[in-house]
Design a binder for this molecule. Structure first.
Ligand code: NAD
Length: 341
């Protein structure tokens, strides 16, 4: 059985990655589109066999309530709109998959979780790397102690923000983006440190830098370097940039070996190298469509009435930590981020 999905926002990521990936899904099918541009939606509807009666806009979005074909709504809008559309979607009786970062503030994240709980609907944050086979193998290697005792993680995520790309225009706007490179891609460095250790950090310190007079960085930051301290003693050094050329990688250092995933969080063609006792081995892992795996995970969680692996609380934790990283950079102090609230 396949559950019916509505995709909200027909931007670059939704149209180039998400919508084409439904063809690889076993438990999810695209049945509705939500867009401010009717002609664009009709084009995609034709191409992907969506009934034109299931095209919605941002005004009549709430009437999805009356459409029993739609079980799950996938929010692929600019970050500053995630909270509103998640809450309205839950109130329309639908389960929600929301893109990362979950929202701009802790309060918004809490309101999203509350709205989904109140409506008795599932809420999942689209942390695709946690459904992607190379990342899952790296997690298994670290957690089975195949590298010995973990000591350090280095994670780097960056790219050049392109003001000519419409998808990057809202990313320069603090209200729509929530933050700069950290909220957009540094979040993958933060996620990697958390899922590789399986722990929550206790302290963060950080520095930021934005090129003076670069018009891209009037409202949001260019670079953030941050260090996370984990309870086991692991220290993670992470970088995040809107100024260096495309980088998406992490390394894990243990007492008996190291691993490197580079690229770690691309859409495909990941590469995992494990080095132990001077023997270097490239792991052969079957590449799979991570977007399909991720969407099917939520469909399955709904069908089996189980909490998804990356629920709203996971998104909230990253927003809390990213705001603590900004505070650390602003104050020059190490910030305690002890427990989940
Ligand atoms: P995009 O600009 O290409 O798409 C956003 C869509 O929202 C556009 O179609 C735009 O028309 C629409 N929109 C509706 N109201 C808007 C408003 N007020 N201002 C601006 N646009 C508005 O951006 P994108 O790169 O597709 O990113 C969308 C979301 O997906 C973001 O939350 C982003 O973080 C996330 N994303 C995730 C991944 C991933 O790998 N998981 C990759 C890219 C983007």
């Amino acid at each position: 059985k396949k559950l019916g999905w509505a995709v909200v926002g027909l931007g670059k990521f939704a149209t180039q990655q998400i919508i084409p990936s439904f063809s690889q899904c076993k438990q999810s099918k695209l049945v509705a589109l939500v867009s401010g541009d009717r002609a664009k939606a009709e084009n995609y509807a034709r191409q992907y066999n969506v009934n034109p009666k299931n095209i919605y806009n941002y005004e009549n979005y709430d009437s999805l309530r009356n459409n029993p074909e739609v079980d799950i709504i996938y929010i692929v809008l600019p970050n500053g709109l995630h909270a509103e559309y998640t809450i309205r979607g839950a109130q329309a009786g639908k389960h929600i998959l929301c893109e990362k970062p979950m929202a701009n503030t802790v309060e918004e994240c809490q309101a999203m979780i509350a709205a989904c709980n109140q409506a008795n609907r599932k809420l999942m944050i689209a942390y695709r790397a946690q459904y992607e086979p190379f990342n899952l193998e790296a997690i298994a290697i670290a957690q089975k102690k195949q590298l010995g005792q973990l000591k350090a993680i280095v994670a780097d995520h960056g790219r050049n923000l392109d003001p000519k790309d419409p998808a990057d225009v809202w990313r320069m706007n603090k209200k729509l983006a929530g933050g700069g490179s950290l909220f957009d891609i540094g979040i993958y460095s933060l996620q990697a440190a958390r899922y590789i250790t399986g722990e929550e950090p206790t302290e963060v310190c950080a520095m930021t830098y934005s090129t003076p007079n670069d018009p891209r960085f009037k409202e949001v930051e260019e670079n953030v370097n941050f260090i996370l301290r984990f309870p086991s003693g692991v220290l993670a050094n992470c970088t995040s940039s809107y100024g260096y050329s495309s980088t998406k990688r992490f390394q894990v250092f243990g007492s008996n070996g190291t691993l490197e995933l580079d690229p770690a969080t691309d859409y495909y063609r990941h590469q995992l190298t494990v080095k132990r006792e001077k023997v270097q081995e490239e792991r052969q892992i079957q590449e799979q469509n991570q977007f399909a795996l991720e969407m099917d995970h939520l469909s399955e969680s709904v069908m089996q009435d189980r909490q998804p692996k990356t629920p709203g609380e996971e998104g909230l934790q990253d927003v809390r930590l990213m705001l603590a990283i900004y505070e650390a950079a602003r104050t020059g102090r190490t910030i305690s981020v002890d427990s989940r609230e």
